[in-house]
Design a protein around this ligand. Sequence first.
Ligand code: XMP
Length: 333
Amino acid sequence: DWIMGDYIEEAVAKIREQVGDEEVILGLSGGVDSSVAAALIHRAIGDQLTCVFVDHGLLRLNEGDMVMDMFEGKLHAKVVRVDASDLFLGELAGVSEPEQKRKIIGRLFVDVFKAEASKLKAANAGSKGATFLAQGTIYPDVIESGGAKSKKAVTIKSHHNVGGLPEQLGLKLLEPLRDLFKDEVRELGVALGLPRGMVYRHPFPGPGLGVRILGEVKKEYADLLRRADAIFIEELNNWIDEKTGKSWYDLTSQAFTVFLPVKSVGVMGDGRTYDYVVALRAVQTSDFMTADWAELPYGLLKKVSGRIINEVRGINRVTYDVSTKPPATIEWE
Ligand code: XMP
């Protein structure tokens, strides 16, 4: 609408004024905030923006290709895709403690991003390289980092974000979404031409599948989990609630599959199986501080479990997580 059109024009003018003829880099994750920030900044300064997309090997099925198709293919933005999956999976080998896993993933992410930033600088001999780091910080993040949250005595989970990166890189910050709430960010994304599916996607944690594979992370586990999770998400999108006319994907705040590295006995045809277990998690919440498990229709659960067990060889049992937050958390690690 015209209000959003005006907003975009103003935001574009502000970015142009702030950046001038300098260069900007942005860590693109495929999540809503960094995607909308990238689209807006690209609208403003085109090729003065370089997006760095780090694939840590813990992304969802086809996620990397989807991000590249959108930003490079459709928006024609400059995107550097870094395949760092061997590095991440290598460093995670043998590590099973959740906080240690989170710290490793966070540290490697910063390392890889810094290395890419200096590579970009070296490649543009003569130019100063990027002088700005763009981030998709939104208003609730601004409040959170200065507010009650940082005073909490106990860390439940050390959240993975790129905090501290600008100082480490010696870059100025560009945060064009700082004044916006999540729903405004989504509207802006749609107005900028991003697909609704990308803009209304459930949140995905920075450490990705690293915190959805319990204990030690292995490529074999990640591959099984990606396939099972894709089935769950596909069926949530397909299953329309008659009362509201909405899909169960839209009726839940976050839904995903968790890989349990334990084996259970099953039967297939006239043979015995001894394979892995997954748990489905689907929650409804307004602020993610508390959450209720979703009362998914039994028919939907039946369809999902049938498909996972039949289509993903290596998984022979599917369970549904019926724990509220608190005392459980949304992610299992
Ligand atoms: P929990 O599991 O603490 O999750 O109930 C609350 C919300 O936060 C997300 N989450 C993260 N997001 N980096 C993120 O960007 C992280 O390290 C991280 N850990 C959890 C989680 O997916 C849920 O939406």
